[in-house]
Design a protein around this ligand. Structure first.
Ligand code: C5P
Length: 235
């Protein structure tokens, strides 16, 4: 009997206050996911050790550290994260010097660097409040996609609404990783620019990041399975 390997297009966000809760979800989701994201909440509560544990189990791991600092610090932090042997790391897209420092820090490791373009919970009004009045979120995402690519990044975190335009701009080899995913009818919570799993994949996302729709579901295994089916139908 062959075992159906679930697609690594689905990344489950382990947004939990403790490693025990995260571990329990990984066990419940089981064979429906092989790629996990450890973000800021868990990173400061044992998440780094959990990331190493997941790697030892043969899973892929996305460290969502969203780094932003001066070049030297970013370079050294990226080098240390690369030594963990994890797969993806996020950094905010800022000036090219800092982005290039991250690329130096990654060195010859297999760590993929992903730029965070515009957070998916922000809309035009939020950008205007920051003094960014000349760009819509979509235009700013494209500008930042280009900046990150020129610096040597491997991909971008962006909402499904921008995925098609980004793909057009940066070509087929650039990774597009899309959070803000909500199955049809699901609560959008604090996400503003949401999209269904199938639509995001059809729009060109290589991976979708899903947190609460799986982790807070009555049956996380079933929720992940339904999303895997939607990915498979859209691929
Ligand atoms: O629970 P939900 O599916 O909304 O989780 C989305 C995940 O994606 C969270 O872990 C959040 O930190 C992350 N994320 C995001 N928007 C970005 C980048 C990352 O929501 N632009």
């Amino acid at each position: 009997m062959t075992t159906q390997i679930s697609s690594d297009k689905l990344i489950v966000a382990l947004d939990f206050p403790t490693v025990e809760e995260a571990r329990a979800i990984v066990a419940t989701v089981g064979d429906q996911c092989q790629f996990y994201k450890v973000g800021l909440e868990l990173l400061f509560a044992g998440g780094q050790d959990l990331a190493l544990e997941l790697k030892r189990q043969g899973k892929r791991v996305f460290v969502d550290a969203k780094l932003l600092d001066i070049g030297t610090t970013v370079e050294k932090a990226t080098a240390n994260i690369a030594k963990m042997g994890v797969d993806f790391l996020t950094l905010h897209v800022c000036d090219h010097k800092t982005l290039e420092a991250a690329v130096r820090g990654r060195g010859s490791s297999d760590l993929k660097l992903l730029g965070v373009s515009v957070m998916t919970n922000l809309d035009t009004d939020d950008l205007q409040q920051q003094g960014i009045t000349q760009f819509s979120p979509q235009e700013l995402v494209l500008k930042r996609a280009q900046l990150a690519k020129q610096a040597g990044f491997d991909g971008l975190v962006a909402s499904g609404h921008e995925a098609r335009d980004i793909r057009h701009l940066v070509g087929p080899d650039y990774l597009i990783v899309t959070p803000g995913i909500r199955p049809t009818g699901a609560d959008t919570q604090d996400q503003a620019r949401v999209m269904t799993p199938g639509k995001a994949i059809a729009n060109g996302a290589n991976h979708i990041v899903v947190g609460r729709p799986i982790c807070q579901a009555d049956d996380p295994h079933l929720a992940a399975k339904a999303i895997q089916e939607e990915i498979s139908n859209a691929s």
